[in-house]
Ligand binder design. Sequence first.
Ligand code: ZN
Length: 130
Amino acid sequence: MKTHLAAKELKEYKEKLINLKEEVMAKIREISEDTLMKSQKDISGDMSGYGIHIADVASDNYERDFSLGLVSDERKVLLEIEEALKRIEAKDYGVCQLCEKVIAAVRLKSIPYVKYCKKCQEKMEKENKL
Ligand SMILES: [Zn+2]
């Protein structure tokens, strides 16, 4: 299924996706650095004692786990963006990957890396809940 979008529109979406990709990458860096700094602090704090006890360190790492969760969400988005960029190159961007119908422009504009049309997305969300 080939895209219905003109080369000019594809170029606009591509630029949008590249900007978004940079934003997400910056966010991942920010969260990772923050998490790394915190864990180094944890470890150096522990070093003053009898060494690193993994179980002790792990028990109060809720915050770090939370940050890592955020990173994995951002990574998922990053992956979606990269896939969308590939779809632009392959010229099948803007088409639902499930039913092959055109994805509404308003939807693409708000989420440029969106893979499915509204109907398919809702259907999948429902199925995931089961
Ligand atoms: Zn669809």
